[in-house]
Structures are given as C-alpha cells and as structure tokens.
Ligand binder design. Sequence first.
Ligand code: ACO
Length: 386
Amino acid sequence: MPANSENYFPGLEGVNVDTTRLSFVDGQKGNLFYCGYSIEDLAEHCNFAEVAYLLLHGELPNQQQIDSFQEELLAERYLDPHLKSIITLTPKDGHPMAVLQALVAQLAMHDKEIADRSLEAKRRKAIRIIAKLPLVVTYFENVRTGMRTVEPRMDLGHAANYLWMLTGEEPTPEAVKVFDTALTLHMDHGCNNSTFTCRVVSSTEADIYSAVVAAIGSLSGPLHGGANERVIHMLESIEELDEVEPFIDAKVASKEKIMGFGHRVYKVMDPRAKILRDLAGKFVVADPEMDKCLKKANLFYKITEERFQAKGKMDIWPNVDFFSGVLYKALGLPRDFFTPVFAISRVVGWVAHHFEQMEDNRIYRPRFIYEGAELGRKFKKMDKRT
Ligand code: ACO
C-alpha cells in the first residue's frame, strides 16, 4: 500500500466530489429520489417529458409549462439530411453506442450555436441533444436492417415516437407506458460513472456535446450501462430452466462477475430493479417465449441470491440492468439497443448535471500516487540503450 494511503480511495468509493439538487440514492434503504420525489411516484404517474422537465427545472411542470416544453422538444425532432447521410454511411455492424458517440460529435459540428456559451444557447443545445439522440439510433436501425426509413411523428410523445421509429408500427398504450416508465427510472442516479464523466469533462468548460460524447462512452462499459445487454445474452445462452442452477454454480465457482448484480451504493435491492421486475411480470405474460425468458430471469435472481447469501455476501442484489433487458426484449428492441435506451434517458441527467457543474465550477483535477521507476534515472542516448 502506498505511503500516503490515507488519501487513497480506489474507485473514489465513499468520496463526495460535489453537491447536487438532482437525485439522491439511499443505498441502505433502497430508495431513489429525483428533486425530492420518490422514483415510485414518478414512474407511476409521469411520462418522459414531465420527469425531464423536473430534472432540468427542479419542479414538476404545470399544464402550460409541459405544453411549451414538449413544443421545444418537438421543434428539434428532426435530423439534418447531412446527418442522415452520415448514418447511411456508418458501418452496419457498428455498435449503436459507437454510432451515438460519433453522431453526437457530428451534431456538435452541425450546431450553428456551438460557439455561443450563453446559458440560453446551452439550454437550446441540451433540448436539441435530448430530442435528437433517439432519432440517431432509430434511424441507424432503419438503415442497417434495410427497412423503409421511418420518419418521426409529431403527434406522439417521446417514448411512443421512439418505439414508432424503431418498428414502423404504432405502439400500444401499454407498451408506451412501460417504455415511459423505463425511461423515467434511468434518467438520473447520483454520482454514477457516466454522470461523473460528464461533470469531469464539463469542468474543463468543454462544450455540452463533448461532455455527452464522453458520458456515452462511459455508459457503454459492461460494469455500467453495458451490463443490460450482457444480462440478456447470458439469459439467452441458457436454454432450459433446469440449466439455470448449474450455470450460476459454475459462475460462482469461477468467481466470475454476474452481470446485472451488485452495486457500489445499494446494499439492498435497487428500487428500479423492483419496479422493472414487476413491470416485466405484467407485460410479458402474453408471449410464450417471453414468458420463458421471464421465468428464467426470476429463477436466476432467486438462485443467485441464495448463493450470494450462503457465501455471506448479503449486499449483492439485482441492479437496474438485470430486469430492464427482459422488458426491452418484450418490447421487441434489438439486444444492442438496450444500452442506447439507457443513454436516451440518462442524457437528461447528464445535461442537467452539466448545468449544475457550470454553476460553481472548479476543474476536476485529483492526483495519482506515483509508484513508478526511481526518480532522477540517468538518461541514456538511443545508441546506449540495450
Ligand atoms: N457478481 C459476483 N460478485 C460480485 C458482483 C457480481 N455481479 N458484484 C460484486 N461482487 C463481489 C466482488 O467479487 C467483490 O467480492 P470480494 O470482496 O470477495 O472480492 C465484492 O462483491 C465487491 O465488488 P466490487 O466489484 O469491488 O464492487 P464495486 O462497487 O467496485 O463494483 C459493480 C460495483 C461494478 C456494479 C459490480 O457489482 C459489478 O461488476 N457488477 C456486475 C456488472 C453490472 O451489473 N453493472 C451494472 C451496475 S448498475 C449500473 O451501472 C447501471
């Protein structure tokens, strides 16, 4: 352990880096709040636009406020033809998260207000990013599958329009509600890795697009948002229910991480996982394949918990990524779209944190404990090096 290890917090565990008014994660009790409201209330009663408004303005909107906020989002619900042609040229086997990163950088290059650093211009850019992210990935899906291009509809809400553009079919009200709820649950979550990344980049006074590009990269990792795609891959690799137990035992024996379990902050079950599990249970039943997938997920959850508890690991529970994949599969989303769905929701949190960071900004600049070669080594010219 390095000499000054009292200042050493691997993974920044337990370190408070700033204050926030946006969300609070109570890891001991398993509660999550946005601007003081419980996630359960918001998930039940609100849609994407209302919760996005809450995070961006600190208060739930009244009718007039939500109408004008939705108009702002709708006014940005289009993609520049040049951006569409760039998506057409994007490799079809590229991961949609990489497409998102590349296209958000392109959005920045297309934004005529990019150099305007005023708060008003930043707010317009934030709305632009929130409105256009879903279009980028759904348009990419249209292109890579060779289906007709589905244009956005102005008569649909954010969640419904996403499902419409992805499939070319009008979603049922039930599907829209389920998807709205999933988007609400993913919108913000304290100092998670991608939000921290966003704040670190914002702290250099880089533009909001750069902060979002970096945050998307962070979210794509399997230890963060990328876990949801891995969870469904894992569940699909198990064919029958009686194979679940040996699968888990092999993982536990080899000390492999089980995707969709564990969390830095939650010591009990993630409240979002509970809501998603209940939603998946209600939404999935009509389809036999999905019914089997849900049964596998529930059995997997039960046996994994038993194994962790038997090993004395009482604080490893399913996180948000365990049941979200089951739900997205039921909604007909392609597997590599699970993490992008996370991104089109979490982007609201990212931009809200960008604004918070800029309120009283100080550049993030921690330190490393140096453990390298002895200092002052004798320099050798090239011809003297072995
Ligand atoms: N499977 C098996 N063991 C686990 C798991 C898991 N999913 N998660 C934690 N553990 C064990 C570790 O092996 C470790 O055990 P040890 O003390 O005996 O060595 C202990 O629990 C602590 O784990 P860490 O990895 O040190 O915990 P950390 O807080 O650094 O990591 C993380 C949290 C990354 C979420 C971790 O639990 C994990 O890798 N989970 C799987 C990936 C995942 O689902 N990520 C999504 C998280 S939610 C989100 O970001 C949206």
